[in-house]
Design a protein around this ligand. Structure first.
Ligand SMILES: [Zn+2]
Length: 104
C-alpha cells in the first residue's frame, strides 16, 4: 500500500514528499515520509473517512495489518526539523483545569 496521491504534499522546510497523518493515539497531525519505508517505526493506513492514520509500531505489536504500510516519521529524516517543543505542559495548557479555591 501507498498513500493516495491526493494526500501527497511537501515538507515546508526540506521539500521532501510527505503525507499528513492523524495519530491514532490522540488525533494529532504528524508528517510521515510519503514513501513506504521498511525500516520505519510507524504504520500508516487510510481510514474509512479518507484520512490517513498513523500508529507507532511497537515491540508488543510489530505486525503490519492488512491495508497498512510501514513508514518513517518525517521528523526522523528531515534535515531541518522544527524546534523541539518541551513536552512539559505549558501554564496555558493547565490554566482552568485546577479547581478555583473557595474564597471566604
Ligand atoms: Zn522536512
Amino acid at each position: 500500500m501507498k498513500p493516495a496521491s491526493h494526500h501527497l504534499t511537501h515538507c515546508r522546510r526540506c521539500h521532501a514528499p510527505i503525507v499528513w497523518c492523524l495519530t491514532s493515539a490522540n488525533g494529532r497531525r504528524q508528517p510521515v515520509n510519503a514513501d513506504p519505508d521498511a525500516s520505519g517505526n510507524v504504520a500508516v493506513m487510510q481510514g474509512a473517512d479518507g484520512a490517513l492514520y498513523v500508529r507507532t509500531v511497537t515491540v508488543a505489536r510489530p505486525e503490519i495489518r492488512p491495508g497498512e504500510w510501514r513508514a518513517m516519521p518525517h521528523h526522523a529524516t528531515c534535515p531541518s526539523p522544527p524546534p523541539r517543543r518541551s513536552s512539559a505542559p505549558t501554564p496555558r495548557a493547565t490554566h482552568g483545569v485546577r479547581p478555583v479555591p473557595w474564597q471566604r
